[in-house]
Design a protein around this ligand. Structure first.
Ligand code: GLA
Length: 375
């Protein structure tokens, strides 16, 4: 199987829809989140190095900085599920697990901030989180205030143990309460994943999970793409590059498509132990620049030839009355040969009369052609 990311240049118009605006996330958020790699490992006796604990997050914060991830744009460190005590305190406030987070969440946020990073935290719009810790229902205002007091910069709000018919309204209400605190926080909402019949929230460290997400995104692109733009993004879930499941080529494909989709680039891997070739993908400046393009347009699947998908995203610079474009080729083939396809640019909507200057990313092994050719 061969997956490629190739990027070139060209014009188009777009429609953007504005969400609740707090000035954050002008480009897709980038960071690290523990879930895909560290799940709900809470037995620190058995797994002292991998349990969900303040040490783990401090270490990952250190590595985000020392290994060049922050410099590449990965700035949020996000604590997912299983950070809490099973019980609220006497005032009904959330509290962290006393054994695994003895210094408390505010101290962890302070540490993260001291490294020049931003801090994210998980909760759930339900009676419980997906792993059975206290959800926010019945405590919305208190929890929004608590997050602000703890200096949280990013809230991931999951949707387990909730009434799916109330999610739309409930998430909006919590968003208003977060805004009311006066602290700008990125608000990452999982509710669409719970309402969609396909249930793309089943996150797993597998290639088929990545392709299922891609299939869902392409199938629904006409409905959802317009909702992406500065301040509000569609989230196909975490980057699992550097973990157990994805090959090198599959890892390149995930990074290329997440860039084209203007998706949040939230890694979930073990930064202590990541092969250089995977790290190189995650730090690839060309691909990150496509993802972070200021226009913030979500790319689309425009054509499939011989089971090879062609995805296109309008980007800057804007010249001769035309945007430029990033183009990615993703092969869905599993029959083991590096097939050739030849696609005239006009067939994928690139029909500027002056033609295009083609820049091929170092991401792909190909040199530049006048038209696009893929092996
Ligand atoms: C759901 C979400 C995951 C993760 C877990 C935590 O499955 O999709 O991303 O947050 O809950 O329990």
């Amino acid at each position: 199987m061969k997956m490629l990311g190739i990027f070139l240049v060209a014009s188009v118009s777009l429609v953007l829809v504005n969400g609740l605006e707090n000035g954050l996330a002008r480009t897709p958020p980038m960071g690290w989140m523990h879930w895909e790699r560290f799940r709900c490992i809470i037995d620190c006796d058995l797994y002292p190095d991998d349990c969900v604990s303040e040490q783990l997050f401090r270490k990952m914060a250190d590595l985000l900085v020392s290994e060049g991830y922050l410099a590449a744009g990965y700035e949020y460190i996000i604590v997912d599920d299983c950070w809490m005590s099973k019980h609220r305190d006497k005032e009904g406030r959330l509290q962290s697990d006393p054994i695994r987070f003895p210094s408390g969440i505010k101290a962890l946020a302070d540490y993260v901030h001291s490294k020049g990073l931003k801090f994210g935290l998980y909760e759930d719009y339900g009676n419980y989180t997906c792993k059975g810790y206290p959800g926010i229902l019945g405590h919305l205002e208190t929890d929004a205030k608590t997050f602000a007091e703890w200096d949280v910069d990013y809230v991931k709000l999951d949707g387990c143990y909730s009434d799916y018919n109330k999610l739309e309204e409930g998430y909006a209400e919590f968003g208003r309460l977060l805004n009311k605190t006066g602290r700008p926080m990125v608000y990452s909402c999982s509710w669409p994943a719970y309402q969609e019949p396909l249930g793309i929230h089943v996150s797993k460290d597998t290639w088929s999970n990545v392709t299922n997400i891609l299939r869902w995104f392409s199938k629904n692109q006409n409905r959802i793409a317009a909702y992406a733009g500065p301040g509000h993004w569609n989230d196909p879930d975490m980057l699992i590059i550097g973990n157990y499941a994805l090959s090198y080529e599959q890892s390149k494909a995930q990074m290329a498509i997440w860039a084209i989709l203007a998706a949040p680039l939230i890694m979930s891997n073990d930064l202590r132990n990541i092969e250089p070739k995977f790290k190189e993908i995650l730090l690839n400046k060309d691909i990150i620049a496509i993802n972070q393009d200021p226009l913030g347009i979500q790319g689309l699947l425009v054509k499939t030839v011989k089971n090879i998908d062609i995805w296109i995203k309008p980007i800057l610079p804007f010249t001769e009355g035309s945007y430029s474009y990033a183009v990615a080729f993703i092969s869905n083939r599993v029959d083991g040969y590096a097939y050739r396809i030849s696609v005239p640019l006009k067939d994928v909507g690139l029909n500027h009369t002056k033609g295009y200057r083609v820049e091929v990313s170092i991401y792909s092994p190909f040199t530049a052609y006048r038209s696009v050719k893929v092996l």
